[in-house]
Design a protein around this ligand. Structure first.
Ligand code: PLP
Length: 473
């Protein structure tokens, strides 16, 4: 987004003299008057991008940073395909449908042939769609009962990713956040039920909390809502935000009931580009059946002369990521995904245990749910903060976010590590070596050098991006 001040505001872009075509000067913020050689333009852009962090060392993101060459090749082959052109690219549309059916089976939909679902740009768009379906269902029910539809609300833990804050803001639903309390860092059944009333469109349960990787107790939340329904006739559906966990739990925790096995779960989202193992740009939203997705939200496009229902915020969207998702499903199968996710969990658990053994840190989570863990400085550590640790690790290129927790644990500051496919035991050892190397220096600091304001959050959604809005802090 424009609007940021730049140090080089008054300077044009300059081309390295090694090129034979200069001297040329290129405006930085204005469209150049004329053309330039593609090789020159490439080099200018390429050189500037060298300053981006190294994606493989980015332990902040949940999003895939590694893909097989064949997946990259397929993505390059499909770069020009627009997902919305179902009639023009019918096989891409067919692969999308196959992915939806595979996910519906994986998440135990009663009848995968009739499960409703679509690809999206990521979990954020999928969350908007899930939330919209909840709102529309609630509104229709209330209208049918002749009751007011002015004040919808959505109940969730304060640990939800900012996409839910956005949903509530953009689609005018009151967000009801359950704050953190003591060692409770996510939503619990009793707290969820406490905030529900006749205007509650749904409860969001997160499988793989952005703050610490923990799973919220979806089955218990559903049971508490079943009980509420029996007592009061408030019948409140659940949407599971499985951005990470919906592609972990089916493979590593098959006995955990969190999905369509629970009748109260109306819809689920996941990020194909997180533990679905696709490069950025794909998510998935599924509804248990046609009842959960009101038909008047669905648009119809032409598809091979027939009719293809679509539900999306975007019109045009790249098809390449959907193709890569299908490639991954085909290539890895259940057993392949299980092995990849198990390795991530093994690396996360070992790394967490080794960090705990270093001395100055306490684990908040240990990587045994989503392969993500958070850790804090131990009581009595006064020479440095988690923000100092994050900055020190950056010296060697490691991007490990540090951030404070939300209400009522704003006193708690943590570091978080997301272990993804491609972050091997070996890389974890290199990170550990660097952490061991910086700790003596940090301990000699005598006092902290950095706090939360110095790092300016790169917590990947574990923060509010809009502090002007009340509620989350
Ligand atoms: C629990 C959760 N929900 C939603 C999102 C947003 O996902 P996306 O980046 O795919 O839009 C994230 C991203 O980290 C997440 O962790």
């Amino acid at each position: 987004m424009a609007g940021r001040e730049h140090a080089g505001e008054s300077r044009d872009l300059e081309i390295n003299p090694i090129f034979s075509r200069e001297p040329i000067r290129v405006p930085r913020f204005a469209l150049p008057d004329g053309e330039m050689e593609p090789g020159t333009a490439y080099q200018v852009v390429h050189d500037e991008l060298m300053l981006d962090g190294n994606a493989r060392q980015n332990l902040a993101t949940f999003v895939a940073t590694w893909a097989e060459p064949q997946a990259r090749e397929l993505m390059a082959e499909c770069a020009e395909k627009n997902m919305i052109d179902k009639d023009e690219y019918p096989q891409t549309a067919e692969l999308e449908q196959r992915c939806v059916r595979m996910l519906a089976r994986l998440w135990h939909a009663e009848d995968s042939r009739h499960a409703m679902g679509c690809s999206t740009t990521g979990s954020s768009e999928a969350a908007m769609l899930g939330g919209l379906a909840l709102k529309r269902r609630w509104r229709e029910r209330r209208r049918g009962e002749g009751k007011s539809t002015d004040r919808p609300n959505l109940v969730m833990g304060i640990n939800v990713q900012i996409c839910w804050e956005k949903f509530a803001d953009y689609f005018e639903v009151e967000p009801r956040y359950v704050p953190m309390e003591g060692d409770r860092f996510h939503l619990t059944p009793d707290k969820a039920v406490e905030l529900c009333d006749e205007n509650t469109i749904g409860v969001v349960a997160v499988l793989g909390s952005t703050f610490d990787g923990s799973y919220e107790p979806v089955a218990d939340i559903c049971a508490a809502l079943d009980d509420l329904c029996a007592r009061t006739s408030l019948d409140i559906p659940v949407h599971v935000d499985g951005a990470s966990g919906a592609m972990i739990a089916p493979f590593l925790d098959p006995d955990l009931e969190w999905d369509f096995r629970l009748p109260r779960v109306a819809s689920i989202n996941t990020s194909g580009h997180k533990y679905g193992l696709v490069m950025p740009g794909v998510g998935w939203a599924l509804w248990r059946d046609g009842d959960a997705l009101p038909d008047d939200l669905v648009f119809h496009v032409n598809y091979l002369g027939g009719d293809m229902p679509t539900f999306a915020l975007n019109f045009s969207r790249p098809g390449a990521q959907v193709v890569a998702q299908y490639y991954n499903f085909l290539r890895l199968g259940f057993e392949g995904y299980r092995r990849v996710q198990q390795t991530c969990r093994d690396v996360a658990k070992r790394l967490a245990a080794e960090i705990a053994a270093l001395g100055p840190f306490d684990l908040v989570t240990d990587g045994s749910e989503a392969p993500v863990f958070a850790f804090r400085t131990r009581e009595g550590i006064t020479d440095f903060t988690v923000f100092d640790v994050s900055a020190a690790l950056r010296e060697r290129g490691w991007l490990v976010p540090a951030y404070t927790f939300p209400k009522n644990r704003t006193d708690l500051a943590v570091l978080r590590i997301v272990v993804r496919n491609g972050f091997s035991h070996d890389l974890a050892d290199l990170l550990l070596d660097d952490l061991r190397r910086v700790l003596p220096r940090l301990s000699r600091q005598g006092k902290p050098h950095r706090d939360a304001d110095d790092l300016g959050g790169f917590a990947h959604g574990a923060e509010t991006k809009n502090p002007r809005r009340p509620g989350r802090h």
